[in-house]
Design a binder for this molecule. Structure first.
Ligand code: B12
Length: 221
């Protein structure tokens, strides 16, 4: 097996081990991926995040239930602990900053945490408010830190209704703040209708989409 094939096998194995909630295996494969020279960001995206996506689908089709979900998340997090210290943080001429959190009434944070890792890997300063974040806290934390971006995650059709008000409060305080949103019930059209400056479908495109939105907001002022 050549090294590309071995790399593909490891990524596939990581995704499968997340689905099989096999923590020992995710950790072993995460270590192997480092030895093999696979970029930890790629291992997270194409291995762990891909696996978690499959887990979401198994839940939707009622093949998995809450206990399995939590075990899968544990297996993913254990491998993240191995990979995170090895992520090469990009050197930045300008250090960007972002306040991130999951909206009020919503405790889902697996996706938000993956997006956070991508910002950190790109050299951003991240202020993480966690999950179930009160509407006012986003704006308060942005004012406290002076972050240029506020990023909101949302996984439920009920909790996403809070987003327009949060955006209004942030923009009323400072229209130059860039607001990003993401999460399964959203799409680009809805994000724009809510008044966000940008949207990303996955953690893989989150940083790029944020930079595009940031430049657009800055360019408009
Ligand atoms: C895991 C999970 C849970 C876990 C969460 C564990 C945790 N600590 O996060 C647990 C078991 C706790 C849970 C609880 C509940 N859940 Co749940 N859960 C899920 C599930 C299966 C997967 C979500 C997930 O982690 N996906 C994997 C990650 C990697 O993907 P992601 O979150 O979409 O994130 C990616 C992108 O969206 C994007 N992204 C995400 N955020 C952001 C933010 C920004 C700024 C950007 C740019 C990008 C971005 O990047 C991420 C990585 O690529 C989904 C189903 C699904 N298919 O989505 C249901 C789901 C979201 N849950 C649902 C429900 C109903 C609940 C409960 C209410 C269940 C209950 N009856 O108690 C509670 C919620 C309680 C609450 N108040 O929040 C529903 C929501 C339905 C709705 N109304 O829309 C779903 C859709 C399942 C369903 N079909 O019924 N859940």
């Amino acid at each position: 097996m050549d090294s590309t094939e071995a790399g593909t096998e490891i990524l596939r194995g990581l995704a499968e081990a997340v689905v099989a909630y096999d923590e020992e295996k995710t950790v072993e494969l995460a270590r192997m991926s480092l030895k093999q020279g696979i970029d930890p960001g790629v291992a997270i995206l194409k291995g762990l995040a891909f696996g978690m996506d499959q887990v979401g689908k198994l839940y939707e089709t009622q093949e998995y239930f809450v206990p399995e979900l939590l075990l899968c998340a544990d297996a993913m997090n254990a491998a993240l602990d191995v990979l995170k210290p090895h992520i090469k943080v990009e050197a930045q001429a300008e250090r960007h900053s972002v306040v991130i959190g999951t909206v009020e009434g919503d405790i889902h944070e697996i996706g938000k945490n993956l997006v956070k890792i991508m910002y950190e890997a790109a050299g951003w300063t991240v202020y993480d408010l966690g999950a179930d974040v009160k509407a006012a806290s986003f704006s308060e934390e942005q004012k406290r830190t002076g972050a240029e971006v506020v990023a909101m995650s949302c996984l439920m059709t009920t909790s996403m209704l809070a987003i327009p008000e949060v955006i209004k409060a942030i923009k009323a305080n400072d229209p130059d703040i860039t607001v990003m949103v993401g999460g399964a019930p959203l799409n680009r059209e809805l994000a724009m209708a809510y008044g966000a400056d940008g949207y990303a479908e996955s953690c893989g495109s989150a940083v790029k989409e944020t930079l595009t939105a940031l430049n657009r907001v800055k360019g408009a002022t």
